[in-house]
Write a new protein. Structure first.
Length: 327
């Protein structure tokens, strides 16, 4: 901008000086070509006096006459013309210098503009990268927040899992203890029914209770096997509930065991076991369980009357059926 302004000023000065030179050259040419009278008429009107005769008018007007004023004017014009030509030469150089400076400035401006544009493109690329980084940062912060929440949830779940494992271990321990105690009651029941040599245990899985009498018990025949696996399990659960283990209702019915289907000793042992459980309550309080056996075989003499024998059933009359109903 400054170089262009300097060039414009130099051109204006050059045009002005050129005008002055042209004017001086024209005047010089006129002075050279004019007569003495024309000179005085044009350039010295004070000497063109209309008075006749005029004392200031030159006395000699021939071509050979030399007028000092005219010669001085010619010299002045020549000097002025030379000075103007010198000024024009100087201004021409100045204009050329300003033009070169302007060209260099324009070239430098274009180069700088190119560098600036390249920097702007770099800045634009950086802005694009920064925008992508900003989006990635926002996404990272969002994912980090989700991760923090997930870690918090994982911590809670891990804590809950640990507590659940402890509760499960406690439950397993309690279940193992209850199973062991129930096995003890089953083993005691087998001994009461089959003798001190009989043993057995109970296993528990997702399908329920599984009594496992000793192999010697199961090998003594179907009656012993049925007695051991069905009646002994029922009575052991009843006994365990009476002793505070489990949630048995303490109400048990065995329908149809007959002396003909098993040895009389085993048939009688069922009633003797019930009496043993009942005796645990003593005479001061009633038994906290109810065990009903329906059979068509004669019961042992010790249980043939009240209070053990409570009802005699008759198939011919519905009112004499068990619970007064036909099933």
């Amino acid at each position: 901008m400054k170089a262009a302004q300097a060039r414009a000023v130099a051109e204006q000065n050059f045009e002005r000086v050129t005008g002055l030179k042209d004017h001086a050259a024209t005047e010089l040419e006129q002075v050279k070509q004019s007569s003495l009278a024309d000179f005085y008429r044009t350039f010295a009107p004070t000497l063109n006096c209309p008075a006749q005769p005029c004392p200031l008018r030159p006395t000699q007007t021939s071509a050979e006459h030399t007028d000092l004023n005219r010669e001085a004017r010619l010299k002045e014009l020549n000097d002025q013309l030379q000075q103007l030509e010198s000024d024009l030469s100087r201004l021409k150089q100045q204009v050329a210098q300003c033009q070169r400076a302007e060209d260099e400035a324009r070239t430098g401006f274009k180069d700088e503009q190119g560098r600036l544009n390249e920097r702007m493109r770099g800045i634009s690329r950086n802005i694009g990268r920064w925008k992508v980084l900003s989006e990635q940062t926002s996404e990272y912060e969002e994912k980090l927040s989700e991760l923090t929440k997930a870690q918090g949830k994982e911590t809670k779940l891990s804590k809950a899992y640990g507590e659940s494992i402890k509760e499960l271990d406690t439950a397993r321990t309690q279940l193992a203890n209850r199973r062991a105690r129930l096995s003890e009651f089953f083993d005691w029941t087998l001994k009461q029914l089959l003798g001190p040599q009989a043993t057995g245990s109970i296993e528990i899985d997702a399908r329920g209770l599984h009594p496992h009498p000793d192999d010697s018990v199961a090998a003594n025949g179907a009656a012993l096997s049925t007695l051991a696996t069905v009646i002994a399990l029922d009575l052991s659960c009843l006994t365990a509930s009476v002793c505070g283990l489990g949630h048995h209702s303490r109400f048990l019915i065995h329908d149809g065991p007959r002396e003909a289907e098993m040895e009389s000793v085993l048939f009688h042992a069922i009633f003797q076991l019930a009496a043993t459980i009942e005796s645990a309550f003593g005479n001061d309080r009633p038994p906290a369980f109810q065990y009903i056996v329906t059979t068509s075989s004669p019961v042992p003499d010790a249980f043939a009357d009240e209070p053990q024998t409570r009802l005699i059933l008759d198939a011919r009359d519905v009112s004499s059926h068990f619970l007064g109903a036909r099933f």
